[in-house]
Design a protein around this ligand. Structure first.
Ligand SMILES: [Zn+2]
Length: 154
């Protein structure tokens, strides 16, 4: 059962500087977004990059899985290559979730009491990661306030 923890530790160690460059956040800072911090720790960047890689991996597999159009009738799902791919994709997605949480916790853990107040005392405020590893606080649209909007924004 320690498999995941061992995988995570090894996968984080193996993230290269080139991968960090390639997978770095690309979204530009929005007009009304306020920059409150910058991610400088290599280990925190690696967590983001690994999560991003796992999400891409699962999306990639799921696209192929749909394309293969697996016939669910009359077949052994334990040995079907299509179904095996689907299970790999689901596991990749599961593996990314603790990494995503870990990334945001690392960020929030170092915020000032003032920024934490801004974040938690108004349900419409969210924390985001932008180009050049800038951490921003932004106003969510009213209808999005209770939804997690993907990996880049919470
Ligand atoms: Zn199948």
């Amino acid at each position: 059962m320690l498999g995941y923890l061992q995988w995570q530790q090894k996968a984080l160690e193996e993230i290269t500087r080139a991968e960090i460059e390639a997978e770095a956040p690309k979204q530009k800072i929005g007009e009304e977004e306020q920059v409150i911090d910058v991610v400088t720790d290599l280990e925190v960047k690696k967590i983001y990059v690994l999560a991003s890689k796992e999400i891409k991996n699962s999306n990639h597999i799921l696209e192929r899985f749909r394309a293969e159009d697996c016939d669910k009738k009359d077949h052994d799902a334990t040995t079907c290559s299509c179904c095996i791919s689907f299970r790999h994709a689901m596991m990749s997605r599961e593996k990314s979730r603790p990494l995503i949480s870990l990334f945001w916790v690392c960020l929030k853990d170092t915020l000032s009491p003032k920024d934490l107040t801004t974040l938690y005392n108004d349900e419409y405020n969210g924390l985001g990661i932008r180009k050049d590893w800038k951490v921003v606080i932004f106003k969510k649209k009213q209808e999005e306030s209770r939804i997690i909007i993907g990996f880049m924004e919470i």
